[in-house]
Design a protein around this ligand. Structure first.
Ligand SMILES: Nc1ncnc2c1ncn2[C@@H]1O[C@H](COP(=O)(O)OP(=O)(O)OP(=O)(O)O)[C@@H](O)[C@H]1O
Length: 207
């Protein structure tokens, strides 16, 4: 499994946000993208997921360009965890199940026991099960999102600042749950702890 950006340039308007950007990623890689606010970190993910199209250059998955059909296969293998996850209205026990109702995720549907064991590993208490997702703290929402990433069990993870609201113990749990030699992780992070654990660091300030 591999992903490659080759000489990718992209502008929303006139000035390119991404200029001649190249990156090769293979199974087992944990990519840490850092850069100032507005340097284009989220834009890179949007290009990869096909929400934007490069003005020039190519993005490939397993050596093939991301045509609409290839993109479908790519997204099926991918979970994107945004920095401020919003699972919608409802108690955690309701909204957490929602992604598992999608066709691509049905086979991974966990039972309550497995979900609560994952929550426990991330230091989330059982009582959050009955709390409205929107009433959770930022750090709790982030850990619920990490639990979701773990249980969806996809081979590509796109993580936006995955440890920004976590204490050190929770960070170790994230590493235990998500790092996998069979998986690609693409992340943005300003957290030195996380960056230290990345196999490749991309600095958008210097491109
Ligand atoms: N849909 C859009 N239309 C026009 N400009 C956009 C759009 N989305 C983002 N931009 C601009 O593109 C630049 C890069 O934005 P992007 O969100 O990729 O940065 P970022 O590095 O992820 O920032 P942050 O760390 O603040 O999340 C910014 O100047 C932003 O204003």
């Amino acid at each position: 499994m591999n992903i490659a950006f080759s000489q990718v340039t992209f502008a929303y308007d006139v000035d390119p946000i991404i200029k001649n950007f190249s990156l090769k990623v293979t199974k087992g890689d944990v990519i840490g993208i850092r850069g100032a606010s507005g340097s284009g970190k989220t834009t890179l993910f949007r290009l990869l997921l096909g929400f934007e199209v490069p003005d020039s250059g190519t993005i490939t998955f397993d050596g093939e360009r991301l045509t609409p059909q290839k993109l479908k296969a790519f997204r099926k293998n991918t979970t994107w965890l945004p920095q401020d996850l919003n699972l919608g209205d409802g108690k955690v026990k309701e909204v957490f199940q929602y992604p598992f109702t999608f066709q691509a995720n049905k086979s991974q549907k966990p039972d309550e026991k497995k979900i609560l064991a994952t929550f426990d590993a991330l230091g989330l208490k059982k009582n959050i099960w009955d709390i409205d997702f929107s009433n959770l703290s930022t750090g709790q929402r982030q850990r619920v999102g990490i639990a979701l990433c773990y249980l969806l069990n996809k081979s590509i993870l796109i993580l936006d600042e995955p440890t920004s609201a976590l204490d050190e113990n929770s960070k170790h749990q994230v590493e235990n749950l998500l790092f996998d030699p069979q998986r690609i992780i693409l992340s943005t992070s300003h957290d030195p702890w996380w960056i230290d654990r990345c196999t490749q660091i991309v600095d958008l300030n210097s491109t």
